[in-house]
Design a protein around this ligand. Structure first.
Ligand SMILES: Nc1ncnc2c1ncn2[C@@H]1O[C@H](COP(=O)(O)OP(=O)(O)OP(=O)(O)O)[C@@H](O)[C@H]1O
Length: 343
């Protein structure tokens, strides 16, 4: 759906030349929610603004739905932008216009007749959950509601792609979650491809399928979200994963666990993304003669199921414990490591 090749943007200032986006190549599939994460200054905003040429590239190619955006004349670009919706951290609403008129604005520009415009606005207001607030002004809305207006306005012309530039960064955690849920809902209902820029890994974890990590204008790591959580390679990626999973001070703790719980087996269960495995603990307790003691762990949810680690103590006859461990190894996708066997 989107192909980006060798994209570059330099800002030349009196003192220096800043390579905000530096030879960046990516391809993004149709219907995907693609996250781009990086710390402040990594070049994320510049990157996303290059995609619809709110910022003119210094070099490289952007192709969206078979249309080479980087080769379009100003006039054709205006039309192409109707296919690319965008939402912003600070909403960018028109303060003197009501919710209804904000959402109608891109339709007016596209020359949609009044009756059709009204119908479309009513539909969009319902889609983003703002029915009843059509006549409110932005100043009368909460942050989450303002972003809902931003989303409805971005969707007005039925775009194929939605660009989100730190769309939840100004919102509190609950509101962030409700806006992220809305984005997933829209992605599923409309089959829209979403590119989402953020500095928060929990946003990526919650809704993205794919993620690219940016540092100094480049993509330094990229892949399926679950794989990136499982095997982060770059230091910067490891730090982002730690935002969600906590720091990796397990090794010290493991020795402590082994010393404190001297009965049975101590095992580490590593959940890597299949939701069917979430009932594993109760399954083991029901089907094998053993007691399970959960000692420590952290499990989080991604779009592809649970990810995380659980340390458990299995108490029972050696043979029964061996059978249970064998079952987990052979018949589930949960990775199991015996840290201390029966004494
Ligand atoms: N118009 C501009 N003129 C000069 N330098 C710029 C301009 N816009 C961005 N930059 C520089 O380009 C680099 C990347 O900025 P960008 O805003 O894209 O990063 P970011 O990852 O989005 O960070 P943040 O989340 O803080 O906005 C920074 O060094 C920034 O100072």
């Amino acid at each position: 759906m989107i192909s980006i090749e060798g994209l570059r943007k330099q800002f030349v200032t009196k003192k220096s030349t800043i390579h905000a986006v530096d030879d960046l190549s990516l391809s993004i599939k149709e219907g995907e929610i693609f996250g781009v994460i990086g710390y402040s200054g990594a070049g994320k905003s510049t990157f996303v603004r290059l995609l619809n040429r709110l910022e003119e590239p210094s070099g490289g190619r952007v192709v969206i739905d078979q249309q080479e955006i980087t080769a379009l004349s100003t006039k054709k670009l205006r039309l192409a932008r109707q296919e690319i919706g965008m939402i912003f951290q600070h909403f960018n609403l028109l303060w003197s216009r009501t919710v209804r008129d904000n959402i109608a604005f891109p339709l007016e520009i596209a020359g949609v007749p009044k009756r059709e415009r009204d119908e479309r606005v009513t539909e969009l207001v319902g889609l983003v959950g703002l029915s009843g607030r059509e006549d409110a002004y932005p100043s009368q809305l909460s942050g989450g509601q303002k972003q809902r207006v931003g989303i409805a306005r971005a969707l007005a012309n039925n775009p194929k792609v939605l660009l989100c530039d730190e769309a939840t960064s100004a919102l509190d955690p609950d509101t962030t979650n409700s806006i992220l849920d809305l984005l997933v809902d829209i992605n599923q209902k409309l089959g829209l491809t979403i590119i989402l820029i953020t500095h928060e890994m929990h946003v990526i974890r919650k809704i993205c399928n794919q993620v690219a990590v940016m540092e100094e204008g480049k993509v330094v790591e990229q892949g399926d979200v679950l794989d990136i959580f499982l095997r982060p390679k770059q230091q910067v990626t490891k730090k982002f994963v730690e935002q969600v999973m906590g720091t990796n001070d397990e090794n010290e703790n493991v020795n402590q666990l082994i010393e404190s719980y001297d009965q049975g087996k101590i095992v580490r269960l590593h959940f890597i993304g299949e939701t069917t495995n979430q009932a594993l603990i109760s399954y083991l307790a029901k089907h094998y003669k053993l007691d399970i003691n959960i000692l420590q762990g952290k499990i989080t949810q991604t779009q592809r199921g649970a990810y995380g680690t659980l340390f458990v103590q299995l108490i029972g006859e050696r043979e029964e414990l061996d059978r249970a461990v064998h079952f987990v190894k052979e018949d589930t996708s949960v990775e199991v490591e015996v840290l201390r066997d029966v004494n």
